[in-house]
Structure formats: structure tokens, C-alpha cells
Design a protein around this ligand. Structure first.
Ligand SMILES: C[S@@+](CC[C@H](N)C(=O)[O-])C[C@H]1O[C@@H](n2cnc3c(N)ncnc32)[C@H](O)[C@@H]1O
Length: 261
């Protein structure tokens, strides 16, 4: 907007009137005004969050509230792009990285989209969620298996897991919703609970808050800085996979795979 003097907008308005008519010009002008207004409000909101260190719309408390009230209309398969897509996540992402018969931690199972397979391949699976509704559902669904345990946590710590006891951490569609300070708490915990060489496979956001899917303010730069600060080695980072990269994450999200030294 700042690149043009006000008289340009007046002339543009007149041109639009002449070539597109009154109704089109009104709709177009109102739309343009609303888009600029939204940008302004967005900027101001972020500025307030920064200035007063506000948790914004992705605090642990808000995540717990949100997912406790979520309807889960499609049960565990709520966010699948297709059956093939889910199978490809399991085969090309999960099974390529998580070795069988190990100790695995899943953060944020929801209604258990990945939990079913993780139970099948793990010697022991620890399932943790901030939302008691999800854990209650997972217990009803998977509680008969003797190799799985369930915990509701505070959204950032894992005090019930002992040091150097876990081989793999899996978390899909969860860290996209978590703010960097809480992600940092989890990274500290991963360092503590992972065995040396233990691997973390995490789906997360990279461009900060967007209108899409309630993303947190996490950016790729902040995520890389956190990994470096907590001494993790990045193994792989991608947002599409498959023989011809035919499967992908929604939006600009990424999957990062990183290792404890
Ligand atoms: C979009 S659902 C994804 C569920 C499942 N992982 C899937 O892919 O279908 C997000 C899940 O993350 C959980 N969650 C959100 N923030 C969390 C946090 N800070 N710690 C643990 N779980 C969290 C929610 O309760 C919910 O179960």
C-alpha cells in the first residue's frame, strides 16, 4: 500500500468503475479494505504477544481445552488425506525410522491414528497427551495390550519416564500446535529420557502462525536453534515422501528427524 500515493487509489477506483461497473468495484474495494485491515490486526496482535510475552492462541491450557472439546467425528482417522496417504506415512516415515521391538514414546496420540501401529511394532509404548479425553479414548481402544502405558501430562514435561530409557520418540500433528518455549521443555526432556543415539521423529510448523490449522509461532529458524542449543543432530528434514514424492504434509509443515548424541 505504501508504494503508491493516495491519488493512485482514486484513479484506480475510477478505472475500475469505468471498466468493471459499480457492483464489482464496490465488492473489490470492500475486499481490499478488509484484507488490509486483517493484515493490520494480525501485526498488532503479534506485537502485543511479543511485547507482553503473551502465550497467544497456542498455550498448553488452550491446547488442552481445544482437544478436550474436539468432536473427533472420524475417530482415529480424522486428518487422513486418504488411506494411501496414511499407509505411506506408516511405511515410508514411521517404519523406515523406528526399529521394531524397542521402547517408543508417542506424544499427542489424539484418538490413536498412529498408536495402533506403534503398539504392534514396539516392545514397550509410552503414550502421553495433555488431553484426558484422548487418553481415556486410547485406554478404551488399546488398553488391553500389555506393552502400552498411558499418561496425561502438563503439556511440556515427562516426569514419569526415567532417564535414558527410550529409543524412539514419535509425534505427528502435535508440535504444529505447540509454542517454542513448551517445545524447548520437551527437547530438554527428550535429552534426558533418550538413550544415546535415540531418535526423534516430529511433524512441526515452519513459518509461524498462519490461518491454516491453528499453527503455533514456531519457525524453521527457531526450531533449528533449539535443536542446536540442546545438542541434537538433525538427520533429515522433509515435507514430501514416496517413490516420486507423491505424498506430502499439509501446508508448509515439515517432518524433522533428529538424534541424541
Ligand atoms: C491434531 S491432534 C493429532 C492427534 C494424532 N497425533 C493424529 O495425528 O491424529 C493433536 C493432539 O496433540 C495433543 N497435544 C496438544 N498439545 C500437546 C502438548 N503440549 N503435549 C501433549 N499433547 C498435546 C492434543 O491433545 C491432541 O491429542
Amino acid at each position: 500500500m505504501g508504494n503508491y500515493p493516495p491519488k493512485f487509489y482514486f484513479r484506480l477506483f475510477k478505472l475500475h468503475l469505468k471498466i468493471n461497473g459499480l457492483r464489482w468495484t464496490l465488492y473489490f474495494s470492500i475486499r481490499h479494505f478488509l484484507v488490509e485491515l486483517l493484515r493490520f490486526i494480525e501485526k498488532r496482535t503479534r506485537r502485543l504477544e511479543k511485547k507482553y510475552d503473551l502465550p497467544g492462541s497456542n498455550s498448553v491450557m488452550e491446547n488442552a481445552l481445544k482437544w478436550n472439546h474436539y468432536r473427533w467425528a472420524r475417530g482415529e482417522d480424522e486428518w487422513n488425506q486418504s488411506i494411501e496417504w496414511k499407509t505411506s506415512v506408516i511405511e515410508d516415515v514411521m517404519l523406515k525410522n523406528i526399529l521394531p521391538d524397542r521402547v517408543v514414546l508417542e506424544i499427542g496420540p489424539g484418538y490413536g491414528r498412529w498408536t495402533r501401529k506403534l503398539i504392534e511394532i514396539s516392545d514397550r509404548l509410552i503414550v502421553v497427551d495433555v488431553t484426558d479425553k484422548c487418553i481415556t479414548h486410547c485406554i478404551d481402544e488399546f488398553g488391553d495390550n500389555t506393552n502400552v502405558e498411558f499418561h496425561v501430562n502438563d503439556g511440556r514435561s515427562l516426569p514419569f519416564i526415567s532417564d535414558r530409557s527410550v529409543d524412539f520418540v514419535w509425534s505427528f500433528d502435535v508440535f504444529v500446535h505447540i509454542e517454542p518455549p513448551d517445545i524447548e521443555c520437551y527437547l530438554q526432556e527428550f535429552r534426558r529420557i533418550l538413550k544415546p543415539g535415540g531418535l526423534v521423529i516430529i511433524h512441526h510448523g515452519v513459518i509461524g502462525k498462519t490461518d491454516f490449522g491453528w499453527r503455533s509461532s514456531l519457525t524453521l529458524q527457531v526450531f533449528s536453534d533449539l535443536l542446536e542449543k540442546h545438542d541434537f543432530t538433525l538427520v533429515e528434514q522433509f515435507n514430501s515422501w514416496g517413490e516420486n514424492n507423491e505424498y506430502a504434509l499439509a501446508g508448509s509443515d515439515m517432518i524433522s528427524i533428529f538424534k541424541r548424541a
